[in-house]
Design a protein around this ligand. Structure first.
Ligand code: NAD
Ligand code: DAU
Length: 352
């Protein structure tokens, strides 16, 4: 019998690398193909421990290139797609919105077309699983949580592009019968996250005693989930989820940015043998992000009820582990923060 062949797109990124590792180690009977363009956010060092596994293959390529994607699907005859490749940073989407349309919208449509083409309307045992975000639902006020029934109300070019890709996935399911599932997850944290996102950026800045640029008043709220718990949810949905369904995934763990930042300062003061309150002095309130969503909070009761998933790790434990990982893996951090990163950082934080 031929091995089941699964393509994971964006497997060299933050969440994708956790998903690829989980699948390669857990499902020896699958062949896992990791397709990644290796943008600034993709890094093969994230996958060092599995790169020589016999059931793993890395392919460098761009999901925007439809001919390349079509050929790859014809050659490999994938049985399943787990699609994570994306431009994922809201701040970058404000300075370069078109990039987000190319990768997140056109790239997703190219993958859908290629899957439809090789599966030739015989969809038995096939699945196209699209990884999306809670940001498609827009922003919450003081009360409430996003359920799967919330209407789409994206505000940033990033969330608009992810919302559009979700619509295309549903359209291919409705129009052509492509067996698809979508999940929408809240903010992830953990190892291997590129340090332009809040948690690794601030750990790195505290380490170097650099200013901590808090957007606006720091009152915005995010719902944080341990990345390995997201990977576990993806595994469960891929194998047990119902075709045509959407699942929300979240941490049941809301934090105001400023409270989270103070907590990180406190933990790092201890770990770096600094005096109490020293790192908090680095907090610098800067101009707010344009269109900054106030609050995200995910109601993940459907996946809990139907598939038995819930977060495994308490945030207080997860954030300690995460800080320890970045402190221990200084080389990884130093490597990804050299070169182009410096240029990005200067442009992002010196503009008014
Ligand atoms: P990331 O930016 O760390 O990684 C994205 C990966 O996609 C990188 O390896 C990059 O090289 C690759 N990529 C980008 N453009 C590509 C292209 N044109 N062709 C092939 N590969 C390309 O992102 P992440 O934080 O790991 O997010 C992964 C997915 O999960 C995204 O779809 C994102 O929208 C979604 N998501 C992220 C979060 C979060 O908190 N990070 C939460 C919910 C959903
Ligand atoms: O909700 C899920 C989303 O979470 C994912 O879809 C995105 O891919 C992911 O990047 C993340 O988006 P956010 O915009 O919430 O994440 P970010 O880490 O950029 O910012 C978290 C919060 O911290 C947000 O309110 C903005 C604020 N922030 C961020 C940075 C980088 C600051 O105050 N200062 C900063 O320098």
């Amino acid at each position: 019998m031929r091995m089941k062949t699964i393509i994971i797109t964006g497997g060299a990124g933050f969440i994708g690398s956790h998903v690829a590792r989980l699948f390669v180690n857990k499902y020896r009977e699958y062949k896992i193909v990791n397709l990644d363009k290796l943008t600034y956010a993709g890094n093969l060092a994230n996958l060092k421990d599995i790169e020589n596994s016999p059931n793993y293959e890395f392919v460098k390529g761009d999901i925007v290139d439809s001919n390349f994607i079509q050929k790859l699907f014809e050659d490999k005859q994938f049985d399943g797609v787990i699609h994570l490749a994306a431009e994922s940073h809201v701040d970058r989407s404000i300075s370069q919105p078109a990039e987000f349309v190319f990768t997140n919208v056109i790239g997703t449509v190219n993958l859908l077309n290629a899957a439809k083409h090789i599966w030739k309307d015989n969809y038995s045992g096939k699945i196209f699983y699209h990884i999306s975000t809670d940001e498609v639902y827009g922003s919450l006020g003081e009360e409430g949580m996003f359920t799967e029934e919330n209407r789409y109300e994206p505000h940033s070019p990033y969330s608009a592009s992810k919302a559009s890709s979700d619509h295309f996935v549903r359209a291919f399911n409705d129009t052509f019968g492509v067996p698809a599932i979508i999940s929408n997850c809240s903010n992830n944290y953990g190892s291997y996250q590129f340090p332009e996102k809040l948690i690794p950026l601030f750990i790195n800045n505290i380490r170097h005693k650099k200013p901590l640029p808090v957007y606006g008043t720091g009152e915005n709220v995010r719902d944080w989930l341990w990345v390995a718990d997201h990977a576990r949810a993806i595994d469960l949905i891929f194998h047990k989820g119902k075709i045509g369904e959407t699942y929300n995934i979240g941490g049941f763990n809301q934090w105001k940015n400023i409270d989270l930042i103070r907590l990180m300062c406190k933990i790092l003061d201890k770990k770096l043998n600094r005096s109490e309150g020293e790192s908090e002095q680095l907090i610098t309130f800067v101009k707010d992000r344009s269109g900054h969503d106030l609050r995200y909070a995910v109601d993940a009761s459907k996946i809990k009820r139907e598939l038995g998933w819930e977060p495994s790790l308490k945030f207080e434990e997860g954030i300690e582990k995460t800080i320890d990982w970045y402190l221990t893996n200084e080389d990884w951090l130093n490597n990804v923060t050299s070169g182009d990163y410096q240029k990005y950082y200067e442009e992002q934080y010196t503009k008014n």
